[in-house]
Ligand binder design. Structure first.
Ligand code: UTP
Length: 297
């Protein structure tokens, strides 16, 4: 049975974009990882589009040194637009980069101490509301998008939600892993209770092969939990550890995303996403397919 009390809507999303992107060096020495494009849209654009589709209004970027271009991307480019107008070029292509004035907020994470710390840096802007989190290097492709599916689930059960997917057992130790409880009899079995969470477990200690995949809806109490959070796996302040402490005090569910996820924080995932999306684009699919055939002989 689900509790259908009226929920506070999810109006705010936090995008932690202050990481160093070391797996992509030297490309990410001067360019943020989140600005690397899959074809012609930077990763951050895909995440912001997904947030807007889910009805989220305010985008909160947790940035750091060298990340200014992410904010520029969502600003008005006056000279560019004036020149394009003079040359009678359409500005439609820039439409997704426009956010309403006041709907983009940035806070700085002065030292990259980990994802949990990055989220905590946004506490003053998040305030006393439930909020979404997007890790922009995880590209989620689906119809509806991943966050829209999660907001639907949130409207059913409230509380905290994370998006999960199944991976082969030998990959679990690279991720946050859930201990699943009962599966709910709604949304086609896509909603499961979460009874525990562990960050980067050893394969033999992993409670399942369901990994947390880059999208969250959390209650504001997580900020207080993060406040006292010690360093965890990798010497970083882990969001997973703070969420684990909330289980049992608030509802906690996992949503199995009906769609595809590409790990664009890794080079192989990035190449896969580029190819997969190019093969689906009507303006280039035929040429790309022919090119792939030629390349693989
Ligand atoms: P990742 O670990 O995937 O990103 O963090 P990274 O540290 O930038 O990349 P590598 O491992 O060195 O290649 C997941 C998300 O959390 C953000 C990152 O920007 C990324 O979006 N993050 C991570 C922060 O904002 N601050 C941190 O201290 C750590």
């Amino acid at each position: 049975m689900t509790d259908k009390t009226v929920r506070k809507p999810i109006r705010k999303a936090v995008f932690p974009v202050a990481g160093l992107g070391t797996r992509f060096l030297p490309a990410t020495k001067a360019i943020p990882k989140e600005m690397l494009p899959i074809i012609d849209r930077p990763l951050i654009q895909y995440a912001v589009d997904e947030a807007r589709e889910a009805g989220i209004e305010q985008m909160i970027f947790v940035t750091g040194r060298g990340k200014t271009s992410i904010v520029e991307h969502f600003d008005v480019a006056y000279e560019l637009e004036a020149t394009m107008r003079d040359r009678a070029k359409t500005l439609d292509v820039l439409e997704p980069t426009r956010l309403k004035p006041g709907n983009l907020v940035t806070v700085r994470q002065q030292v990259p101490l980990g994802l949990g710390h990055a989220i905590w840096c946004a506490r003053g802007i998040v305030g006393d509301e439930p909020f979404a989190i997007f890790l922009p290097d995880e590209l989620m492709i689906g119809e509806p998008g991943c966050m829209k599916q999660m907001v639907e689930a949130y409207n059913e059960v409230g509380g905290n939600l994370i998006s999960v997917l199944e991976v082969p057992e030998d990959e679990v130790s690279s991720y946050g892993v859930i201990a699943p409880g009962k599966t709910l009899d709604i949304m086609g079995g896509a909603l499961t209770e979460v009874t525990g969470l562990v960050e980067k477990p050893r394969r033999e200690e992993a409670p399942s092969n369901l990994i947390i995949s880059g999208r969250y809806i959390l209650q504001p109490e997580v900020m207080r939990t993060l406040e006292g959070q010690e360093k965890g796996a990798g010497g970083e302040i882990q969001l997973t550890d703070a969420m684990a402490k909330m289980i049992g005090t608030q509802p906690f569910h996992a949503v199995t995303f009906a769609g595809r996820r590409f790990d664009c924080g890794s080079k192989i995932g990035f190449v896969e996403a580029t190819l997969a999306l190019a093969l689906e684009r009507p303006d280039m699919a035929d040429e790309v397919r022919a090119m792939v055939k030629r390349l693989v002989g």
